[in-house]
Structure formats: C-alpha cells, structure tokens
Design a protein around this ligand. Sequence first.
Ligand code: AMP
Ligand code: GLY
Length: 421
Amino acid sequence: MRLLVVGGGGREHAIIKKLKENPEVTEIFALPGNGGIAADAECVDIGAKDIDKIVDFAVDNKIDFAVVAPDDPLVLGCVDRLEEKGVPVFGPTKAAARIEGSKAFSKDLMKKHGIPTADYRIFDDPDDALDHLKTCKYPTVVKADGLALGKGVVIAENREEAEKAVRAAMIDRVFGDSGKEIVIEEFLSGPEVSVLAFTDGVHIAPMVSSMDHKRALDGDKGLNTGGMGTIAPNPYYTPEVAKRCMDEIFLPTLKAMREEGSPFKGCLYFGLMITAEGPKVIEYNCRFGDPETQVVLPLLKTDLLTVMKACREGTLDKIEVEFSRESACCVIVASEGYPVSYKKGYEIKVGDLDPDARIFYAGASIKDGKTVTSGGRVLGVTCTATDLKTAIDRAYSQVEKVSFENAYYRKDIGKRALAAN
Ligand code: AMP
Ligand code: GLY
C-alpha cells in the first residue's frame, strides 16, 4: 500500500513510524516531511497548506490511503478535496474541523449541547469587548477566534493586560483574520489533561491520556510554546474522571457534531481541565496533538492503519483499540531562544541510543548530507518503561546523547505528574 502523510513535524514522524509497522505498507510519502523523517518516508517538497498540489500528487501517485495531520490543511478542507478525487483519507472534513478552526463555533456548540466549559462571551466589535473588560472578573482569558499557532490565548491578570490583548488581536490584527472575532472567557483552574481519541463520528476510542508542558522554561515559567515535552498516562485522569469525560464530554460532543450536520471522523483532541466542579473543555483540536502523539502512539498496540481505516469507514466498534499499560516520556530538544528567535543550521549529532528509544524529528533538514537544525522545536526523544519514573529517567539519559550547538530542553518534564502519583 502507498500512503501519504500531510505534515512535517514530530507528530507526523510518530504517525509515520507507527504506520510503517504494518507489513502491507510499501511506501510512505511525507508532504513536506523533514530531514529526519526522510529516513522513514519519501519527503516531497509540497507544503501542508498547498491543497491543490497535495491533491494532484495523491492522484498522480495512486495513493491508497492518506492521513492529513496538521490543523491548517484540515481547516482548509484538504480531506474533502482528496475524498472528492477518490483518495480515502483519515481526518475530519472542513465542516467538522471548525471545532478547532473557530473558537466561537466550538464555544457555541458546547453551550447549545450542555458540554461543560468556561463561561464566555464572543465579540466582533473591539469597543464592546473593551466595555466588557470594565466589569468582568480577573484573571480573565482572551482568545483569538481562529488558528494562531498556539499563541492566540492570553491569560490576563488585570484589565490593562486584557485590553492590550484585545487591541492586539482585534485592532492590530497580530493574528490576521483569526482575530476578527475574539472569545473572552472565565479563568478556570485545575490540572490539565490531554485526551486524543479515535472516532468514526459515532463510536469513540480514547487513547491513553497525556500531559503536555507548554511553557518554555522549567517550573512552567516563560512563554507558551507548541509543547516542550509530554508524559503518558496522565495521573490526574483517574477512572472516575475518565467515566465523567466519556458521559459528559466525549459522547455529547460526537452527538452535537452529528446534529450540526458535520459528524467528526478522525482524531479529536480534548484539552481538559479537571476543575473542582469536574472536567471541563479548555479547547478542542481537530487533530493529533504535538508532542502528545510522541508519547501516545508508541504505546498503541493495535495496528494504526487498521484503526484509521475503521474511523473513516464507520466501523470503529468492530475493532479493539489496545494500548500498552506502560508509561512514556517525551522530552523536546529545542533551539535556544525558541519560541521567539533562534539560530538554525547546526549539525544534529546523535550518539548510540538504547534500541527502544525513539527520536521524532521536527525542525530538521538535510544540508550537504548532514542533518541540521531548521526550526524551534528540533526533535523529541521518547522512552517507555513499566513506570513513569523510569520512563522519565530513561528519556533524559537518551537526551544527553543528542547534541547540537544551541540545544535547549526542559529538565523537569514529568515532575508534576510524579508528584501527583
Ligand atoms: P490553548 O491554546 O487554547 O490550548 O490555550 C493555551 C493554554 O492556556 C491552555 O493549555 C491553558 O493552560 C490555558 N487556558 C486556556 N483557556 C483557559 C481558561 N479558560 N482558564 C485557564 N486557563 C486557560
Ligand atoms: N500540544 C498541544 C497541541 O497540539 O495543540
């Protein structure tokens, strides 16, 4: 079978490595992939947002099955366009991808269907938003409506900070059209849990839970990033919490999407906060999370391609989706200065890793036959073990074998999770 994976980060590398475990897979094309993925797939220089070229490539190369992983092509309708041409795809349609593409859509969906989330108001006029800030409670949360590379959320401690965030999004348009509308919502507190779930629109198979570490620096300090590391399973996701999530959030969300006329098929990501009142949705993503995927997929025991096909065909209830009971830890090695400004082009050297340690490449390219850094998040190192402490220790022992000139990584991935155990 000839597969195509759209995207080029650590998440896509983890997906590709897992898909390769199926012996029927003969060839995988990554569009655009990256210099590290090139060891596992044929990388083709077509950007993940270039939908016309992606569709032409899939048709010309007789692709048997495609996976669209990043948010941008999903929100742009890449799945619809490929399916129209007869290419079977894992991923939500453009209409279903609105669950991530528009926060106003997802907040209204939750309100209408009684799914627990933070109280909120939506604004399309900056004056109305600024007026609201005079009376709302602080801290408050200001969110750009559309996609903003994970940077569209500001937790404002006071009115001044909130006004700055509203002006930046709505007047200065620092996120472009994504800030035409904004959501201002109640600040929630509690531990955060990421749950990625396979779904065929009706049935759902939640994957092992995980915990992201979004801030750049140790102790959850510094700027928000795309994620500096993950662990799985998340100790705050107890069986009781999982049951409430299934009954109050997961199944109601699938039903809501069907009732809106846009059933969700693919990987639905629930960003949850376990508040004193119970689990609430912080955000939905219409895709696998990154770096969550880098700890979750190594623990998947069932063949990934089989699961993906069942999601597309509406037969997820006919298969067993099994996860290992082990723990996993992924440490992201980034370029010093990420997420603001950083130098790239440094050679990445990897020593002798333990045989079961995994490296998933993100910001890497090949230059003069060498693998060099080409982005902020350069790669992730994942190790698994029977318990979380050992998985963390092993991941850090392997990270030490990776080097490039301005390498930077957090030293405390998993610390909070261990304290919760
Ligand atoms: P997002 O980009 O939507 O994942 O938001 C980034 C981060 O902001 C989340 O992981 C939370 O830590 C935080 N956040 C978002 N919404 C809220 C909220 N209503 N209350 C508290 N924290 C929030
Ligand atoms: N790790 C968060 C995300 O993928 O959005």
